[in-house]
Design a protein around this ligand. Structure first.
Ligand code: CA
Length: 223
């Protein structure tokens, strides 16, 4: 299994390289964002470990660029601070998982194995509901040909609703599917993101397709 580690703290990078090699990974290291990005684009890695604070280009940007190029290699981000803000941002730029520093080496290896097992996976196929179209892999969305810019999290949420048009999807289900079953985030985050979506897919078009069904969940009207 091939890994790319992008980490500017040389001693930490070396320790990771040695430790992960001992676990059977083949590890390449980059010490700055731009080198990391070009290696990620050229190389065929099973997973990428990406620090956030990096010289040249920060980890969020590196991650977003990799995803924008249609590269779905699993990415585990190392966040310097622990806190939901960083984690949310890491996931929003297209990272698959995150780990706060300082981290347990055992946990890192377990997470990497899980990511590699899951693999880059088959990305979801384009979907259409009425005149609303979404290509989750390319992260493009439009209504009647008018492009709509969505963040990765909004794409995931919209995709979850578009996969079941006209059906009520519960808040918990959306939370599990978009944020993960063990995310521990406040369930009200679903409501917040639905508000973002409404401001993008409905309001500018004078539509009301994203509905709240009180006490039950949310529904994307299919007409
Ligand atoms: Ca760093």
């Amino acid at each position: 299994m091939r890994l790319l580690v992008v980490e500017d703290e040389v001693r930490l990078a070396q320790a990771l390289q040695r430790g992960l090699a001992a676990e059977g990974f083949e590890v390449e290291v980059a010490h700055d964002g731009l080198t990391g990005l070009s290696l990620a684009m050229e190389g065929r890695y099973d997973a990428i470990v990406l620090d956030i604070l990096l010289p040249g280009m920060n980890g969020y940007k590196v991650c977003a660029e990799i995803r924008a190029a249609g590269n779905w290699t699993p990415i585990l981000m190392l966040t310097a601070k622990s806190g939901e803000y960083d984690e949310a941002e890491a996931l929003d730029t297209g990272a698959d998982d995150f780990l706060s520093k300082p981290f347990s080496y055992v946990v890192l290896v377990a997470r990497l194995r899980a990511l590699v097992r899951r693999g880059a996976g088959a990305r979801p196929v384009p979907c259409q509901v009425g005149d609303l179209r979404l290509d989750p892999a390319a992260r493009t969305c439009d209504r009647d040909g008018v492009p709509i810019h969505l963040t990765p999290r909004e794409v995931d949420l919209l995709e979850a609703l578009m996969s079941r048009p006209g059906e009520v999807v519960s808040k918990q289900e959306l939370l599990d599917r978009v944020w993960g079953p063990d995310s521990g985030v406040d369930p009200n985050v679903v409501e917040v993101y639905l508000g973002y979506l409404r401001r993008k897919i409905d309001r500018p078009f004078d539509r009301e397709t994203l509905l709240t069904v009180r006490g039950a969940g949310y529904l994307l009207a299919d007409a």
